[in-house]
Write a protein that binds this ligand. Sequence first.
Ligand SMILES: CC(C)(COP(=O)(O)OP(=O)(O)OC[C@H]1O[C@@H](n2cnc3c(N)ncnc32)[C@H](O)[C@@H]1OP(=O)(O)O)[C@@H](O)C(=O)NCCC(=O)NCCS
Length: 466
Amino acid sequence: MASALRLALRKATPARSAFAATRFASTSAKQSTLKERLAELIPAEIENVKAIRAEHGQKTFGQVTVDQVYGGMRGLPALLWDGSVLDPEEGIRFRGKTIEECQAALPKAPGGSEPLPEGLFWLLLTGEIPTPEQVNQLSKEWAARAALPEFVEEIIDRCPGTLHPMSQFSMAVTALNHDSSFAKAYSEGISKKEYWGHTFEDSMDLIAKLPNIAGRIYQNVYGKGKPAPIDPSKDYSWNLAHVLGFSDNEAFVELMRLYIVIHSDHEGGNVSAHTGKLVGSALSDPFLAFGASLNGLAGPLHGLANQEVLVWLRKMQDKIGSNASDEAVKEYVWSTLKGGQVVPGYGHAVLRKTDPRYTAQRAFALKHLPEDPLFKLVGQVYNIVPDILLEAGKAKNPWPNVDAHSGALLTHYGLHQMQFYTVLFGVSRAFGVAAQLIWDRALGAPLERPKSYSSEAIKKMFANRK
Ligand SMILES: CC(C)(COP(=O)(O)OP(=O)(O)OC[C@H]1O[C@@H](n2cnc3c(N)ncnc32)[C@H](O)[C@@H]1OP(=O)(O)O)[C@@H](O)C(=O)NCCC(=O)NCCS
Protein backbone atom coordinates (compact mmCIF):
# COMPACT_ATOMS: atom_id res chain seq x y z
CA MET A 1 0.00 0.00 0.00
CA ALA A 2 1.27 3.45 -0.82
CA SER A 3 2.75 5.14 2.24
CA ALA A 4 0.46 8.16 1.82
CA LEU A 5 -2.54 5.86 2.02
CA ARG A 6 -1.12 4.07 5.04
CA LEU A 7 -0.63 7.42 6.75
CA ALA A 8 -4.15 8.46 5.90
CA LEU A 9 -5.54 5.21 7.30
CA ARG A 10 -3.49 5.56 10.47
CA LYS A 11 -4.81 9.07 10.95
CA ALA A 12 -8.35 7.97 10.21
CA THR A 13 -8.32 5.11 12.68
CA PRO A 14 -8.57 6.95 16.02
CA ALA A 15 -11.28 9.23 14.64
CA ARG A 16 -13.32 6.26 13.50
CA SER A 17 -12.91 4.49 16.86
CA ALA A 18 -13.84 7.63 18.72
CA PHE A 19 -16.93 7.96 16.55
CA ALA A 20 -17.93 4.36 17.26
CA ALA A 21 -17.21 4.71 20.98
CA THR A 22 -19.26 7.90 21.28
CA ARG A 23 -22.13 6.45 19.38
CA PHE A 24 -22.23 3.34 21.52
CA ALA A 25 -21.64 5.17 24.78
CA SER A 26 -24.45 7.65 24.08
CA THR A 27 -27.03 5.00 24.95
CA SER A 28 -27.07 4.91 28.73
CA ALA A 29 -26.06 1.51 30.13
CA LYS A 30 -28.95 -0.34 31.78
CA GLN A 31 -28.76 -3.48 33.84
CA SER A 32 -29.72 -5.49 30.78
CA THR A 33 -28.10 -8.79 29.85
CA LEU A 34 -25.44 -8.78 27.18
CA LYS A 35 -27.82 -10.31 24.63
CA GLU A 36 -30.52 -7.74 25.39
CA ARG A 37 -28.02 -4.90 25.05
CA LEU A 38 -26.78 -6.26 21.74
CA ALA A 39 -30.32 -6.59 20.45
CA GLU A 40 -30.74 -2.87 21.19
CA LEU A 41 -27.50 -1.89 19.44
CA ILE A 42 -27.71 -3.99 16.29
CA PRO A 43 -30.47 -2.11 14.37
CA ALA A 44 -28.61 1.21 14.66
CA GLU A 45 -25.35 -0.40 13.52
CA ILE A 46 -27.06 -1.97 10.50
CA GLU A 47 -28.27 1.52 9.55
CA ASN A 48 -24.79 2.95 10.19
CA VAL A 49 -23.21 0.43 7.83
CA LYS A 50 -25.88 1.10 5.21
CA ALA A 51 -25.17 4.82 5.43
CA ILE A 52 -21.38 4.34 5.14
CA ARG A 53 -21.83 2.11 2.11
CA ALA A 54 -24.32 4.49 0.49
CA GLU A 55 -21.97 7.45 0.94
CA HIS A 56 -18.56 5.83 0.45
CA GLY A 57 -19.25 2.47 -1.19
CA GLN A 58 -17.65 3.31 -4.52
CA LYS A 59 -14.56 5.08 -3.13
CA THR A 60 -11.16 3.36 -3.16
CA PHE A 61 -8.66 2.79 -0.36
CA GLY A 62 -5.79 3.05 -2.84
CA GLN A 63 -3.82 0.69 -4.99
CA VAL A 64 -3.04 -2.97 -4.58
CA THR A 65 0.51 -3.78 -5.58
CA VAL A 66 1.76 -7.03 -7.08
CA ASP A 67 4.08 -7.33 -4.06
CA GLN A 68 1.06 -7.39 -1.77
CA VAL A 69 -0.42 -10.30 -3.72
CA TYR A 70 2.84 -12.24 -3.35
CA GLY A 71 3.60 -10.87 0.10
CA GLY A 72 0.92 -12.27 2.38
CA MET A 73 -1.47 -9.35 1.69
CA ARG A 74 0.42 -7.08 4.14
CA GLY A 75 -1.49 -3.86 4.68
CA LEU A 76 -4.24 -4.76 2.23
CA PRO A 77 -7.46 -3.12 3.45
CA ALA A 78 -9.90 -6.00 3.08
CA LEU A 79 -11.75 -6.65 6.33
CA LEU A 80 -14.21 -4.95 8.65
CA TRP A 81 -14.00 -5.32 12.45
CA ASP A 82 -14.99 -2.66 14.99
CA GLY A 83 -13.91 -4.57 18.11
CA SER A 84 -10.22 -3.73 18.01
CA VAL A 85 -7.86 -1.70 15.86
CA LEU A 86 -4.08 -2.14 15.69
CA ASP A 87 -1.93 0.91 15.11
CA PRO A 88 1.64 0.06 14.00
CA GLU A 89 3.17 2.55 16.43
CA GLU A 90 0.77 2.54 19.34
CA GLY A 91 -0.46 -1.06 19.40
CA ILE A 92 -3.91 -2.41 20.09
CA ARG A 93 -7.02 -0.55 21.18
CA PHE A 94 -10.15 -2.43 22.16
CA ARG A 95 -13.15 -0.33 21.07
CA GLY A 96 -10.90 2.71 21.23
CA LYS A 97 -9.32 1.86 24.59
CA THR A 98 -5.63 1.06 25.13
CA ILE A 99 -4.66 -1.83 27.38
CA GLU A 100 -3.93 0.61 30.21
CA GLU A 101 -7.32 2.27 29.75
CA CYS A 102 -8.98 -1.15 29.85
CA GLN A 103 -7.06 -1.99 33.01
CA ALA A 104 -8.38 1.20 34.57
CA ALA A 105 -11.96 1.08 33.33
CA LEU A 106 -13.07 -2.56 33.32
CA PRO A 107 -14.53 -4.11 36.49
CA LYS A 108 -12.17 -6.09 38.72
CA ALA A 109 -12.67 -9.09 41.00
CA PRO A 110 -13.05 -8.25 44.72
CA GLY A 111 -9.53 -7.47 45.93
CA GLY A 112 -8.09 -7.80 42.40
CA SER A 113 -6.47 -5.13 40.26
CA GLU A 114 -6.52 -6.70 36.78
CA PRO A 115 -9.55 -6.34 34.47
CA LEU A 116 -12.00 -9.21 34.26
CA PRO A 117 -12.21 -10.77 30.76
CA GLU A 118 -16.00 -10.86 31.19
CA GLY A 119 -15.93 -7.06 30.99
CA LEU A 120 -13.63 -7.12 27.98
CA PHE A 121 -16.07 -9.40 26.12
CA TRP A 122 -18.87 -6.98 26.92
CA LEU A 123 -16.72 -4.08 25.71
CA LEU A 124 -15.75 -5.89 22.47
CA LEU A 125 -19.39 -6.59 21.69
CA THR A 126 -21.04 -3.34 22.74
CA GLY A 127 -18.36 -0.64 22.96
CA GLU A 128 -19.54 -0.05 26.54
CA ILE A 129 -18.04 -0.65 29.96
CA PRO A 130 -20.36 -3.02 31.86
CA THR A 131 -21.33 -2.62 35.47
CA PRO A 132 -19.89 -5.02 38.08
CA GLU A 133 -23.34 -6.66 38.23
CA GLN A 134 -23.35 -7.28 34.48
CA VAL A 135 -19.88 -8.79 34.67
CA ASN A 136 -20.97 -10.95 37.58
CA GLN A 137 -23.95 -12.11 35.55
CA LEU A 138 -21.61 -13.19 32.72
CA SER A 139 -19.35 -15.12 35.14
CA LYS A 140 -22.40 -16.98 36.42
CA GLU A 141 -23.76 -17.64 32.94
CA TRP A 142 -20.44 -19.04 31.71
CA ALA A 143 -20.12 -21.25 34.79
CA ALA A 144 -23.65 -22.55 34.17
CA ARG A 145 -22.80 -23.42 30.55
CA ALA A 146 -19.35 -24.90 31.31
CA ALA A 147 -20.09 -28.65 31.31
CA LEU A 148 -18.77 -30.67 28.37
CA PRO A 149 -20.78 -33.34 26.57
CA GLU A 150 -19.53 -36.74 27.69
CA PHE A 151 -18.36 -37.70 24.19
CA VAL A 152 -16.15 -34.59 24.02
CA GLU A 153 -14.54 -35.57 27.32
CA GLU A 154 -13.97 -39.02 25.85
CA ILE A 155 -12.38 -37.58 22.71
CA ILE A 156 -9.89 -35.69 24.87
CA ASP A 157 -9.31 -38.66 27.16
CA ARG A 158 -8.52 -40.91 24.20
CA CYS A 159 -5.89 -38.61 22.73
CA PRO A 160 -2.36 -39.88 23.22
CA GLY A 161 -0.34 -37.69 25.58
CA THR A 162 2.10 -37.22 22.73
CA LEU A 163 -0.50 -35.39 20.60
CA HIS A 164 0.15 -31.65 20.81
CA PRO A 165 -2.31 -29.97 23.20
CA MET A 166 -3.36 -27.57 20.41
CA SER A 167 -4.44 -30.49 18.18
CA GLN A 168 -6.47 -31.90 21.06
CA PHE A 169 -7.93 -28.44 21.69
CA SER A 170 -9.05 -27.92 18.12
CA MET A 171 -10.59 -31.41 17.92
CA ALA A 172 -12.58 -30.88 21.11
CA VAL A 173 -13.82 -27.44 20.01
CA THR A 174 -14.79 -28.73 16.57
CA ALA A 175 -16.71 -31.62 18.16
CA LEU A 176 -18.83 -29.14 20.17
CA ASN A 177 -20.56 -28.41 16.87
CA HIS A 178 -22.64 -31.53 17.69
CA ASP A 179 -24.84 -29.29 19.86
CA SER A 180 -24.66 -26.07 17.86
CA SER A 181 -27.74 -23.92 18.20
CA PHE A 182 -26.89 -22.18 14.92
CA ALA A 183 -26.37 -25.39 12.91
CA LYS A 184 -29.62 -26.87 14.24
CA ALA A 185 -31.67 -23.73 13.60
CA TYR A 186 -30.16 -23.30 10.12
CA SER A 187 -31.00 -26.87 9.15
CA GLU A 188 -34.57 -26.24 10.28
CA GLY A 189 -34.74 -23.06 8.19
CA ILE A 190 -34.37 -19.69 9.90
CA SER A 191 -34.48 -16.13 8.67
CA LYS A 192 -31.15 -14.29 8.27
CA LYS A 193 -32.33 -11.91 10.99
CA GLU A 194 -32.11 -14.77 13.48
CA TYR A 195 -28.51 -15.74 12.66
CA TRP A 196 -26.84 -13.54 15.25
CA GLY A 197 -28.97 -14.79 18.15
CA HIS A 198 -27.99 -18.41 17.55
CA THR A 199 -24.38 -17.39 16.92
CA PHE A 200 -24.48 -15.57 20.26
CA GLU A 201 -25.77 -18.68 22.05
CA ASP A 202 -23.06 -20.87 20.49
CA SER A 203 -20.39 -18.28 21.28
CA MET A 204 -21.44 -18.13 24.92
CA ASP A 205 -21.32 -21.94 25.09
CA LEU A 206 -17.95 -21.98 23.35
CA ILE A 207 -16.30 -19.51 25.74
CA ALA A 208 -17.95 -21.16 28.75
CA LYS A 209 -16.66 -24.64 27.88
CA LEU A 210 -13.05 -23.70 27.13
CA PRO A 211 -11.76 -23.90 30.75
CA ASN A 212 -13.06 -27.46 31.03
CA ILE A 213 -11.48 -28.41 27.69
CA ALA A 214 -8.17 -26.76 28.60
CA GLY A 215 -8.21 -28.28 32.09
CA ARG A 216 -8.95 -31.77 30.81
CA ILE A 217 -6.16 -31.61 28.22
CA TYR A 218 -3.73 -30.29 30.83
CA GLN A 219 -4.56 -32.90 33.43
CA ASN A 220 -4.55 -35.75 30.88
CA VAL A 221 -1.26 -34.81 29.26
CA TYR A 222 0.60 -33.89 32.41
CA GLY A 223 -0.85 -36.65 34.57
CA LYS A 224 -2.68 -34.85 37.36
CA GLY A 225 -6.05 -36.69 37.21
CA LYS A 226 -9.36 -35.05 36.27
CA PRO A 227 -9.82 -31.26 36.37
CA ALA A 228 -11.44 -29.74 39.47
CA PRO A 229 -15.12 -28.78 39.06
CA ILE A 230 -16.09 -25.25 37.97
CA ASP A 231 -17.17 -23.07 40.92
CA PRO A 232 -20.24 -21.01 39.91
CA SER A 233 -19.48 -18.40 42.58
CA LYS A 234 -16.14 -17.48 40.97
CA ASP A 235 -15.11 -15.56 37.87
CA TYR A 236 -13.98 -17.11 34.57
CA SER A 237 -10.25 -16.66 35.13
CA TRP A 238 -10.38 -18.10 38.63
CA ASN A 239 -12.10 -21.16 37.18
CA LEU A 240 -9.52 -21.45 34.40
CA ALA A 241 -6.76 -21.36 37.03
CA HIS A 242 -8.76 -23.84 39.11
CA VAL A 243 -9.09 -26.54 36.41
CA LEU A 244 -5.34 -26.26 35.85
CA GLY A 245 -4.71 -26.63 39.60
CA PHE A 246 -3.46 -23.08 40.29
CA SER A 247 -6.46 -21.31 41.85
CA ASP A 248 -4.81 -21.23 45.29
CA ASN A 249 -2.36 -18.69 43.95
CA GLU A 250 -4.15 -15.33 43.73
CA ALA A 251 -1.31 -13.80 41.69
CA PHE A 252 -1.66 -16.54 39.08
CA VAL A 253 -5.44 -15.90 38.93
CA GLU A 254 -4.69 -12.20 38.41
CA LEU A 255 -2.23 -13.15 35.67
CA MET A 256 -4.96 -15.18 33.93
CA ARG A 257 -7.28 -12.13 34.01
CA LEU A 258 -4.65 -9.91 32.41
CA TYR A 259 -3.50 -12.69 30.06
CA ILE A 260 -6.98 -13.32 28.62
CA VAL A 261 -7.67 -9.61 28.15
CA ILE A 262 -4.44 -8.84 26.29
CA HIS A 263 -4.54 -11.99 24.13
CA SER A 264 -8.25 -11.71 23.28
CA ASP A 265 -8.15 -9.77 20.04
CA HIS A 266 -5.64 -8.08 17.72
CA GLU A 267 -7.85 -6.58 15.01
CA GLY A 268 -9.31 -8.68 12.22
CA GLY A 269 -6.41 -9.60 9.94
CA ASN A 270 -4.20 -11.85 12.10
CA VAL A 271 -4.29 -15.55 11.21
CA SER A 272 -6.58 -16.80 13.98
CA ALA A 273 -9.04 -13.90 13.86
CA HIS A 274 -9.21 -13.88 10.10
CA THR A 275 -9.56 -17.66 9.88
CA GLY A 276 -12.52 -17.58 12.25
CA LYS A 277 -14.15 -14.82 10.22
CA LEU A 278 -13.48 -16.57 6.91
CA VAL A 279 -14.83 -19.94 8.01
CA GLY A 280 -17.77 -18.24 9.73
CA SER A 281 -18.59 -16.49 6.46
CA ALA A 282 -19.55 -19.89 5.02
CA LEU A 283 -22.11 -19.98 7.87
CA SER A 284 -20.11 -22.68 9.58
CA ASP A 285 -21.12 -22.41 13.24
CA PRO A 286 -18.82 -20.80 15.87
CA PHE A 287 -17.40 -24.17 16.96
CA LEU A 288 -16.30 -25.04 13.42
CA ALA A 289 -15.06 -21.50 12.83
CA PHE A 290 -13.09 -21.28 16.07
CA GLY A 291 -11.72 -24.82 15.65
CA ALA A 292 -10.18 -23.53 12.41
CA SER A 293 -8.85 -20.44 14.21
CA LEU A 294 -7.07 -22.68 16.67
CA ASN A 295 -5.34 -24.59 13.90
CA GLY A 296 -3.93 -21.28 12.67
CA LEU A 297 -2.97 -20.19 16.17
CA ALA A 298 -1.01 -23.45 16.49
CA GLY A 299 1.53 -22.26 13.89
CA PRO A 300 5.00 -21.17 15.10
CA LEU A 301 4.80 -17.78 13.38
CA HIS A 302 1.53 -17.06 15.25
CA GLY A 303 0.41 -18.33 18.68
CA LEU A 304 2.89 -21.17 19.01
CA ALA A 305 5.60 -18.53 19.25
CA ASN A 306 4.95 -18.33 23.03
CA GLN A 307 6.04 -21.97 23.29
CA GLU A 308 8.93 -21.36 20.89
CA VAL A 309 10.24 -18.46 23.00
CA LEU A 310 10.56 -20.63 26.09
CA VAL A 311 12.14 -23.48 24.12
CA TRP A 312 14.62 -20.96 22.69
CA LEU A 313 15.41 -19.41 26.10
CA ARG A 314 15.91 -22.83 27.68
CA LYS A 315 18.24 -23.90 24.86
CA MET A 316 20.14 -20.68 25.37
CA GLN A 317 20.50 -21.39 29.09
CA ASP A 318 21.67 -24.94 28.34
CA LYS A 319 24.29 -23.60 25.99
CA ILE A 320 25.60 -20.49 27.75
CA GLY A 321 24.46 -21.00 31.35
CA SER A 322 21.91 -19.17 33.50
CA ASN A 323 23.78 -15.96 34.32
CA ALA A 324 25.33 -15.44 30.92
CA SER A 325 27.04 -12.19 29.93
CA ASP A 326 25.52 -9.85 27.35
CA GLU A 327 28.30 -10.90 24.98
CA ALA A 328 27.32 -14.57 25.28
CA VAL A 329 23.62 -13.74 24.71
CA LYS A 330 24.53 -11.66 21.65
CA GLU A 331 26.51 -14.52 20.23
CA TYR A 332 23.61 -16.90 20.82
CA VAL A 333 21.15 -14.55 19.06
CA TRP A 334 23.50 -14.25 16.10
CA SER A 335 23.86 -18.03 15.94
CA THR A 336 20.05 -18.31 15.74
CA LEU A 337 19.94 -15.88 12.82
CA LYS A 338 22.92 -17.43 11.07
CA GLY A 339 21.19 -20.81 11.37
CA GLY A 340 18.41 -19.39 9.18
CA GLN A 341 15.92 -19.28 12.08
CA VAL A 342 13.79 -16.46 13.41
CA VAL A 343 14.20 -15.09 16.93
CA PRO A 344 10.84 -16.10 18.40
CA GLY A 345 8.84 -13.38 20.14
CA TYR A 346 10.35 -10.60 18.02
CA GLY A 347 8.95 -8.91 14.93
CA HIS A 348 5.38 -8.38 13.82
CA ALA A 349 3.45 -8.13 10.59
CA VAL A 350 1.82 -4.81 11.61
CA LEU A 351 3.49 -3.45 14.76
CA ARG A 352 6.59 -1.28 14.45
CA LYS A 353 7.19 -0.62 18.16
CA THR A 354 7.37 -2.69 21.35
CA ASP A 355 4.04 -4.47 21.67
CA PRO A 356 2.04 -2.90 24.54
CA ARG A 357 0.95 -6.45 25.40
CA TYR A 358 4.65 -7.13 26.12
CA THR A 359 4.83 -3.96 28.20
CA ALA A 360 1.72 -4.91 30.20
CA GLN A 361 3.27 -8.29 31.05
CA ARG A 362 6.56 -6.63 31.97
CA ALA A 363 4.69 -4.30 34.35
CA PHE A 364 2.97 -7.34 35.88
CA ALA A 365 6.35 -9.06 36.33
CA LEU A 366 7.90 -5.95 37.90
CA LYS A 367 5.04 -5.89 40.40
CA HIS A 368 4.83 -9.61 41.21
CA LEU A 369 8.15 -11.28 40.34
CA PRO A 370 10.90 -8.67 39.90
CA GLU A 371 13.67 -11.04 41.02
CA ASP A 372 12.65 -14.04 38.89
CA PRO A 373 15.73 -15.24 36.94
CA LEU A 374 13.79 -16.03 33.75
CA PHE A 375 12.12 -12.60 33.86
CA LYS A 376 15.58 -11.07 34.15
CA LEU A 377 16.74 -13.08 31.14
CA VAL A 378 13.70 -11.88 29.15
CA GLY A 379 14.72 -8.32 30.06
CA GLN A 380 18.33 -8.96 29.09
CA VAL A 381 17.23 -10.36 25.73
CA TYR A 382 15.02 -7.27 25.23
CA ASN A 383 18.09 -5.06 25.66
CA ILE A 384 20.02 -7.05 23.09
CA VAL A 385 17.80 -8.47 20.32
CA PRO A 386 16.40 -5.28 18.72
CA ASP A 387 19.87 -3.90 17.91
CA ILE A 388 20.91 -7.22 16.41
CA LEU A 389 17.77 -7.50 14.28
CA LEU A 390 18.35 -3.93 13.09
CA GLU A 391 21.95 -4.76 12.25
CA ALA A 392 20.89 -7.95 10.46
CA GLY A 393 18.64 -5.66 8.42
CA LYS A 394 15.81 -7.97 7.45
CA ALA A 395 13.03 -7.76 10.02
CA LYS A 396 10.84 -4.69 9.53
CA ASN A 397 10.11 -4.64 13.25
CA PRO A 398 12.95 -5.49 15.64
CA TRP A 399 10.82 -5.12 18.79
CA PRO A 400 9.27 -7.82 21.00
CA ASN A 401 5.69 -9.00 20.61
CA VAL A 402 3.29 -10.50 23.14
CA ASP A 403 4.88 -13.95 22.96
CA ALA A 404 8.31 -12.78 24.10
CA HIS A 405 7.06 -12.50 27.66
CA SER A 406 4.13 -14.77 28.48
CA GLY A 407 6.06 -18.03 28.95
CA ALA A 408 8.34 -16.53 31.61
CA LEU A 409 5.30 -15.47 33.67
CA LEU A 410 3.58 -18.85 33.41
CA THR A 411 6.80 -20.67 34.28
CA HIS A 412 7.26 -18.51 37.38
CA TYR A 413 4.01 -19.83 38.83
CA GLY A 414 4.88 -23.45 38.08
CA LEU A 415 3.17 -23.88 34.73
CA HIS A 416 6.29 -25.29 33.12
CA GLN A 417 4.68 -27.23 30.30
CA MET A 418 5.59 -25.10 27.29
CA GLN A 419 3.51 -27.14 24.85
CA PHE A 420 0.45 -26.02 26.78
CA TYR A 421 1.06 -22.28 26.49
CA THR A 422 -0.72 -21.80 23.17
CA VAL A 423 -3.85 -23.43 24.62
CA LEU A 424 -4.10 -20.47 27.02
CA PHE A 425 -3.66 -18.12 24.07
CA GLY A 426 -6.47 -20.03 22.35
CA VAL A 427 -8.83 -19.71 25.31
CA SER A 428 -8.21 -15.96 25.21
CA ARG A 429 -8.50 -15.57 21.44
CA ALA A 430 -12.00 -17.09 21.56
CA PHE A 431 -13.23 -13.82 23.07
CA GLY A 432 -12.26 -11.79 20.01
CA VAL A 433 -13.21 -14.39 17.40
CA ALA A 434 -16.61 -14.99 19.01
CA ALA A 435 -17.37 -11.26 19.22
CA GLN A 436 -16.47 -10.90 15.58
CA LEU A 437 -18.63 -13.84 14.50
CA ILE A 438 -21.64 -12.42 16.34
CA TRP A 439 -21.29 -9.02 14.69
CA ASP A 440 -20.64 -10.56 11.28
CA ARG A 441 -23.89 -12.48 11.45
CA ALA A 442 -25.73 -9.44 12.83
CA LEU A 443 -24.51 -7.27 9.94
CA GLY A 444 -25.14 -9.98 7.35
CA ALA A 445 -21.48 -10.31 6.33
CA PRO A 446 -21.37 -12.26 3.07
CA LEU A 447 -19.29 -15.26 2.08
CA GLU A 448 -15.64 -14.21 1.75
CA ARG A 449 -14.24 -14.78 -1.72
CA PRO A 450 -11.18 -12.73 -2.72
CA LYS A 451 -9.76 -13.14 -6.22
CA SER A 452 -6.58 -15.12 -6.85
CA TYR A 453 -4.33 -14.71 -9.90
CA SER A 454 -1.77 -16.97 -11.55
CA SER A 455 1.78 -15.69 -12.06
CA GLU A 456 1.18 -16.06 -15.79
CA ALA A 457 -1.86 -13.79 -15.60
CA ILE A 458 0.09 -11.22 -13.57
CA LYS A 459 2.91 -11.20 -16.13
CA LYS A 460 0.46 -10.69 -19.00
CA MET A 461 -1.51 -8.05 -17.13
CA PHE A 462 1.52 -5.85 -16.53
CA ALA A 463 3.59 -6.77 -19.61
CA ASN A 464 3.20 -3.38 -21.24
CA ARG A 465 2.82 -1.22 -18.15
CA LYS A 466 5.60 0.76 -16.53
C1 LIG B 1 5.76 -12.20 13.18
C2 LIG B 1 6.43 -12.43 11.83
C3 LIG B 1 5.93 -13.76 11.26
C4 LIG B 1 6.02 -11.30 10.88
O1 LIG B 1 6.43 -11.66 9.59
P1 LIG B 1 6.63 -10.59 8.45
O2 LIG B 1 5.52 -9.60 8.46
O3 LIG B 1 6.89 -11.32 7.19
O4 LIG B 1 7.95 -9.84 8.95
P2 LIG B 1 8.95 -8.94 8.11
O5 LIG B 1 8.29 -8.28 6.96
O6 LIG B 1 9.66 -8.09 9.09
O7 LIG B 1 9.94 -10.06 7.52
C5 LIG B 1 11.02 -9.68 6.68
C6 LIG B 1 12.17 -10.67 6.88
O8 LIG B 1 12.64 -10.53 8.23
C7 LIG B 1 12.62 -11.78 8.86
N1 LIG B 1 12.24 -11.64 10.27
C8 LIG B 1 11.12 -11.09 10.76
N2 LIG B 1 11.10 -11.25 12.11
C9 LIG B 1 12.21 -11.91 12.43
C10 LIG B 1 12.72 -12.40 13.65
N3 LIG B 1 12.06 -12.28 14.81
N4 LIG B 1 13.90 -13.04 13.63
C11 LIG B 1 14.59 -13.19 12.49
N5 LIG B 1 14.13 -12.78 11.29
C12 LIG B 1 12.95 -12.15 11.28
C13 LIG B 1 11.53 -12.56 8.14
O9 LIG B 1 11.66 -13.97 8.36
C14 LIG B 1 11.73 -12.13 6.73
O10 LIG B 1 12.81 -12.85 6.20
P3 LIG B 1 12.84 -13.32 4.64
O11 LIG B 1 12.87 -12.04 3.85
O12 LIG B 1 14.08 -14.13 4.55
O13 LIG B 1 11.60 -14.11 4.42
C15 LIG B 1 7.98 -12.44 11.97
O14 LIG B 1 8.39 -11.22 12.54
C16 LIG B 1 8.49 -13.61 12.79
O15 LIG B 1 8.69 -14.69 12.22
N6 LIG B 1 8.69 -13.41 14.13
C17 LIG B 1 9.09 -14.52 14.99
C18 LIG B 1 7.88 -15.38 15.34
C19 LIG B 1 6.93 -14.67 16.28
O16 LIG B 1 7.33 -14.09 17.26
N7 LIG B 1 5.63 -14.76 15.99
C20 LIG B 1 4.60 -14.18 16.84
C21 LIG B 1 4.04 -12.95 16.21
S1 LIG B 1 2.88 -12.16 17.28
